[in-house]
Design a protein around this ligand. Structure first.
Ligand code: 1CP
Length: 343
């Protein structure tokens, strides 16, 4: 059976479509009351590791807000966990890794795991999601970029600057590159497994790519993303979302990725100039703007769509949806895209 709605896949392949596809980063989560019910009852990793729960949460935004794609409910930090690091999720505080990586000796605590064994629960979830989606919309699989994962593995928690992670890279570059390569090898195997289980697209989240200078972004991040894209791009369309790394859109496009995510700090027309015409752009609505009154959201979404122009655009936010966004505002975002006709 073929997908009923394959707008996302066709747009990633550069085909003309009837309209612009739309989904929202972090769409499966805390702004949905239906998610909060499950969050009360089960721990975070329990939600990730129980295929029935992960499937239900993944499909919620498809049913409730009508997005054109589902994204697997999981977290980027399941990879460090599978590599042997303890990862906790502290209620309302975020990720906490009690024994972060600080020295070359700490690498001995890590392994490039057998992904079927350590992340098999993700593959079970994907199979169940594909069954329950029943070809309505495509399923996006994902992983964190090696640099963004290193940030958490070294810093041990969220941070605005990830200064300890950067110091580690600048003081012990060989150890940093060894770690980045281990994460890369794990991620390639992990994403290939997601595709085998049924993911139709994969997105690489480099949430902290924008903390690096253009030269360091190439050296510490893109070098490794390039390996991941090369390993996956002939199997499924790949999207790179490197927040704040607009300076490298040209080199990111040269990886052969099908899509590049951009945030709201770059104008769509300038992003297109940097990226060239051979890649699909995804973004770039400021997530905080979903807190505006609905008529303002509608006006601003139309302006965004006009700025991107028809074709090779996936409407999305420039980063994850905020937990305090009312559901009808999220729906207004999605509906405005779906009803828009390019002049
Ligand atoms: O219910 C809760 O309170 C837990 C909040 C939560 C959720 C819903 C976390 C903890 N992770 C998730 C799910 C998640 N994480 C998804 C699910 C699919 C979706 O709907 O998109 C995805 C794709 C992620 C990816 C993720 N996790 C990223 C990359 C994207 C981004 O937003 O930048 C990052 C950086 C993380 C780490 C993480 N996990 C959770 C939180 C709160 C954070 C961010 C912490 C920080 O600010 O450093």
């Amino acid at each position: 059976m073929a997908l009923q709605n394959d707008l996302l896949l066709r747009t990633l392949r550069g085909e003309q479509t009837e309209r612009t596809p739309v989904w929202m980063m972090r769409q499966a989560g805390r702004y949905l009351p239906e998610y909060m019910v499950l969050r009360e009852k089960y721990g975070f990793f329990e939600r990730c590791q129980t295929p029935e729960l992960a499937a239900e949460i993944t499909i919620q935004p498809v049913d409730i807000v009508g997005v054109d794609a589902a994204i697997l409910f999981s977290d980027i930090l399941v990879v460090p966990q599978a590599m042997g690091l303890e990862v906790q999720l502290i209620e309302s505080k975020g990720p906490f890794l009690p024994d972060p990586i600080k020295t070359v000796d700490d690498l001995k605590r890590l392994r490039v795991p057998d992904v079927e064994e350590s992340l098999g629960y993700v593959y079970s979830a994907i199979k169940l999601i594909k069954q329950e989606l029943n070809e309505r919309v495509p399923l996006i699989g994902f992983a964190g970029a090696p640099w963004t994962l290193l940030c958490y593995m070294v810093q041990g928690k969220g941070s605005k600057t990830f200064d300890e992670a950067k110091a580690f890279c600048y003081q012990q570059p060989e150890v940093a590159h060894q770690l980045l390569q281990m994460i890369t090898d794990t991620t390639i195997a992990y994403l290939k497994g997601q595709v085998k289980a049924g993911a139709d697209v994969v997105q690489i989240f480099d949430s902290w790519g924008g903390l690096l200078s253009p030269a360091d972004f190439e050296n510490l991040s893109l070098k490794y993303i390039r390996q991941i894209v090369a390993a996956l791009k002939d199997e499924v369309p790949t999207i790179i979302f490197a927040k704040g790394a607009w300076h490298s859109l040209e080199t990111m496009a040269a990886t052969g990725a099908h899509g590049l995510g951009i945030d709201w700090c770059i104008d769509p027309k300038l992003a297109r100039q940097f990226a060239g015409n051979n890649v699909t752009l995804q973004g770039n609505f400021d997530p905080a703007k979903l807190l505006s009154p609905i008529p303002v959201i509608e006006k601003e979404v139309k302006a965004m769509l006009a700025a991107f122009g028809p074709g090779r655009h996936i409407a999305n936010l420039g980063h994850g949806i905020l937990p305090n966004v009312p559901v009808d505002h999220a729906r207004a975002f999605v509906d405005t895209v779906k009803n828009y006709v390019h002049a």
